[in-house]
Design a protein around this ligand. Structure first.
Ligand code: GLU
Length: 329
């Protein structure tokens, strides 16, 4: 009798567990939760906090959309585009020049060919190709980099290619005229302070954690202008002149804003990502734009109009649906 009761209880418990599982999958009527990850950059850059802000806005409405967005720190633009194309990430932040090159199948994508599944969501904020050097290395112009140890960035970063063409424009061969390092941007500030490198390139929005860190140490550092770039701008129409506002870095040994060239950070995705997922992300960025702009000084210049400029890949249909509804397209 006792044994029989135990068996009956065990049977009932097992039955209840099966029911509970079935119930949680189908029962509540809420949309099933999906996950989307945004590939960003190093933790001292601006992609990482930008991705974090976007994910927070969407996750506030997680129940409405049945969607949870997470953020991953990555090697940067080139990595993000490739990971989104491979289906490993749903979204990525990527420099506008890299978006163009991937869409057209040039530069890093020469062998793979045009990335036909690449889709644009929107443009974010401007990024500047930034060169910082130690004052004791006597580097006052990009030409002075000859013979020095210079971090041009990890393969997978957007900045590595920018450093190479900036050097080329100054008549410097990155393979023979300098000792080029391939470190991630997040490590560069410390390496500069430790005397392991003389200078580093980073294409990034301002202000950012990397140059705050580099200017906070004992070794005196300064931004180096990248000028005489008319030929470069002619050859690569997707670059534009820009300046680094020195007010963000009171400890840098510069007395005025520093000229260089730049791109835009953009949000990209794949044609394979469902329309409603891209719609949700687009809508939350645009509907909350005023709050988003307050989260980082680099976002201050954003307008709904300029966020549709600087994109080469076709807009994802989910983003387009929102832009039409909002009267932006
Ligand atoms: N522009 C850099 C890259 O594409 C990343 C900058 C950042 O993380 O803010 O690699």
């Amino acid at each position: 009798m006792k044994k029989g009761l135990m068996l009956l209880l065990a049977f009932l418990v097992a039955g209840a567990m099966v029911f509970a599982n079935g119930g949680s999958e189908k029962g509540s009527g809420a949309p099933q939760k999906r996950f989307a990850t945004i590939g960003t950059g190093g933790v001292t850059g601006v992609y990482y906090p930008a991705g974090g802000s976007i994910s927070k806005m969407v996750n506030k409405k997680s129940d409405v959309y049945g969607l949870k967005v997470t953020v991953e720190s990555t090697g940067g633009s080139v990595f993000n585009i490739n990971a989104v194309m491979a289906g490993d990430l749903e979204f990525g932040i990527a420099q506008s020049d890299r978006q163009t090159q991937a869409w057209e199948g040039t530069d890093e994508w020469k062998d793979k060919g045009p990335q036909k599944n690449l889709r644009a969501v929107c443009a974010l904020y401007p990024e500047s190709v930034t060169l910082m050097a130690a004052v004791d290395a006597n580097i006052n112009s990009i030409e002075d980099l000859k013979g020095h140890i210079v971090n041009i960035g990890n393969p997978g970063s957007g900045n590595r290619g920018n450093a190479i063409i900036a050097l080329e424009n100054a008549g410097i061969n990155w393979e023979t005229d300098i000792k080029a390092e391939g470190l991630k941007a997040a490590e560069a500030a410390k390496m500069l302070q430790d005397g392991r490198i003389d200078a580093y390139f980073y294409t990034v929005g301002h202000p950012n954690g990397s140059f705050k860190e580099a200017t906070a140490g004992k070794r005196k550092v300064k931004f180096v202008p990248i000028d005489n770039i008319d030929k470069l701008l002619e050859k690569y129409p997707y670059y534009a002149k820009s300046v680094i506002p020195i007010e963000y870095y009171p400890n840098a040994q510069n007395s005025s804003d520093v000229p260089t060239f730049g791109v835009k950070a953009t949000l990209i995705t794949s044609a394979d990502v469902p329309d409603d997922v891209v719609y949700a992300v687009t809508k939350e960025i645009f509907d909350n734009l005023e709050d988003f702009k307050k989260l980082h000084p680099a976002f201050g210049v954003l307008t709904k109009k300029n966020m549709l400029e600087g994109l080469t890949a076709p807009l994802h249909p989910g983003a387009l649906k929102y832009f039409k509804e909002a009267g932006l397209k």
